[in-house]
Design a protein around this ligand. Structure first.
Ligand SMILES: [Ca+2]
Length: 231
């Protein structure tokens, strides 16, 4: 009887330890291509660092380009050192409130999160630009290589209509191919939608294993963030 009870207590203890471990390893939806844990507990490992950008697109935000004929908007990221991998996700509408360390567009206001009426089906494209000198960000540049794109992922929550239309991609460096190596420099995230108009709140997240990545909606803003520390 005593032994049985002890057994039960142990089972409950190990279950709660397991639950604790699993909740610790959740965190951001965007995970790296590396895995942690063993066997059935194996899960994708998080990145060491995350940066978030909160924005809201309405008629006052003009598209900056076209991607396959669709109006497209840009975000720019400064990556201050070579990285092994970059993960990018975008979801709409925004789920949570921005914190102090997040980058927030002027159009984004508290209360826009979880808006069931205004959101869009995200599609992201990730390009490397030819800007590697941080002092020359404001001078502009051009896209050097397209690195990847994604339309839909099941790794992010479904949108309010229940569809898994949010986007996530992971790009790993290839040191033997200079065009695919993730060097220090400026990268561009283009976003558009192929199933709807781009209207509503969005949250873009970049995960890397280095600190100091910054995101802005223009190269001028990125220049200020990187070179003066504020906008
Ligand atoms: Ca999508």
């Amino acid at each position: 009887m005593t032994l049985k009870t002890t057994g039960k207590v142990l089972a409950v203890l190990s279950l709660s330890t397991l639950t604790a471990c699993m909740s610790t390893s959740s965190g951001p939806y965007l995970k790296s291509s590396m895995s942690e844990g063993v066997g059935p507990l194996e899960v994708r490992a998080p990145y060491a660092n995350y940066v978030n950008y909160y924005g809201y697109v309405d008629a006052s935000v003009k598209p900056e380009g076209k991607y396959k004929g669709k109006d497209t908007y840009y975000l720019y990221a400064w990556v201050p050192a070579a990285v092994d991998e970059i993960g990018i996700s975008m979801q709409s509408p925004v789920e949570s409130k921005p914190t102090e360390k997040d980058f927030v567009h002027n159009n984004f206001a508290p209360g826009m999160e979880k808006d069931k009426a205004k959101f869009f089906d995200t599609y992201i494209v990730f390009d490397r630009m030819n800007i590697i000198d941080s002092s020359k960000i404001a001078q502009g540049g051009k896209v050097l290589q397209p690195l990847g794109y994604n339309d839909d992922t099941r790794e992010l929550p479904a949108n309010p209509s229940g569809s898994y239309y949010n986007s996530l991609l992971r790009q790993t460096t290839n040191l033997s191919n200079p065009t695919e190596s993730l060097v220090r420099g400026v990268y561009r995230i283009s976003f558009t939608s192929f199933r709807s108009q781009v209207e509503g709140s969005f949250e873009a997240t970049i995960g890397t294993n280095i600190p100091g990545v910054k995101i802005a909606a223009s190269l001028e803003e990125l220049h200020k963030l990187v070179n003066t520390g504020n906008l």
